[in-house]
Ligand binder design. Structure first.
Ligand code: PBG
Length: 322
């Protein structure tokens, strides 16, 4: 035998030397849930270890993550029903919880990279990402709302806009609106291949944002399709996206790999709430070693070609691996 692959596995030093992929805190965007109030936290019951924070405590959480080397955050608001309506008007309310807190965050932590979510669901009385008319999620009329939402967020000084709504043409419309308002430096991380997935369940618990009727299959992608992700990626690239995201991540590593090989833009993987919950549940039962499984999952996303990972594991990874 001339080739003995085991020689490159014989010691820790050599194994580290030939390791092809590394995970670091630089790769992470840590999603955070925001609630109203003061000095308030509430744990998401289906996501042990993940909390909703009131504005004062979200600032503290960001500070403690920054010390661990996590510098990028994606903030999601959890709103009471009274703030929700058909047209998601609360999403432009400068005095509202979300925009006010975003401004505060950027003021206190100008070096942090803050990403926001653009979609109607947290503010919509229908619980859908787009405007609902006669039971239909209408595309083009939604675009104006999304563009307005993106500009309102950019006005808070945020760094990356994350359209997660899956309406056709939204990246282009948002790019144009941002540029028209002088926000040429605000980036867009498009949820390019976002699937209609059962893995979002715990997130919808966290925000109380589940659809009030039907499902999201007329706008989110069919889990059976990967060529369709290429169509979305072509469109997002032409429309001015800066990052292409695949979501969920674990069951879609083939899509991450495909996009990373065929497109030059950086690929982001969203390691979603259900993926987190599964690991936590099995680990709590003692059925798997949660720490090792977590590290392996994150590594697999990098290996598949993601350069950015949105993950609820960000903070604990940093705590355990630094
Ligand atoms: C909102 C949005 C969702 C997630 C991120 N942005 C939920 C959905 O589309 O229903 C899911 C994130 C997760 O599950 O961790 N459009």
């Amino acid at each position: 035998m001339l080739q003995r692959p085991r020689r490159n596995r014989k010691s820790e030093v050599i194994r580290n030397m030939v390791q092809e992929t590394q995970v670091t805190t630089h790769d992470f965007i840590f999603p955070l849930f925001l609630i109203d109030g003061k000095n308030k936290t509430s744990e998401v019951s289906s996501m042990p270890g993940i909390f909703r924070y009131s504005p004062d405590l979200i600032l503290k959480e960001i500070e403690s993550c920054m010390k661990l080397g996590i510098k990028a955050f994606d903030v999601f608001p959890s709103l009471a029903d009274k703030y929700k309506d058909k047209r998601a008007t609360e999403s432009f309310n400068k005095k509202g919880l979300y925009l006010k807190t975003l401004t505060q965050i950027k003021k206190e932590f100008p070096d942090a990279c803050i990403m926001t979510d653009v979609a109607m669901d947290p503010y919509s009385s229908d619980g859908h990402d787009g405007l609902v008319k006669n039971g239909e999620i209408v595309n083009d009329e939604t675009l104006n709302i999304l563009a307005k939402m993106a500009v309102a967020q950019a006005e808070c000084g945020i760094d990356i806009i994350g359209p997660s709504d899956m309406m056709d043409g939204r990246v282009g419309v948002i790019r144009e609106a941002l540029d028209d308002h002088g926000f040429t430096n605000v980036s867009i991380m498009s949820y390019t291949a976002k699937y209609a997935s059962a893995f979002y369940g715990p997130f919808r618990d966290a925000l109380d944002s589940a659809p009030k009727f039907g499902d999201k299959k007329t706008y989110q992608m069919n889990p059976a399709n990967s060529k369709e992700a290429l169509i979305e990626a072509h469109l997002d690239t032409q429309e001015g996206a800066d990052f292409l995201m695949v979501k969920p991540a674990m069951s879609y590593l083939d899509v991450i790999k495909d996009l990373s090989q065929k497109f030059d833009l950086p690929i982001a993987a969203y390691n979603v709430s259900g993926e987190y919950a599964m690991v936590k549940a099995a680990a709590a039962k003692g059925w798997i070693d949660g720490d090792r499984v977590r590290d392996e999952i994150l590594l697999s996303m990098k290996r598949a070609g993601a350069s950015v990972i949105l993950t609820y594991f960000a903070k604990e990874w940093a705590l355990k691996n630094r």
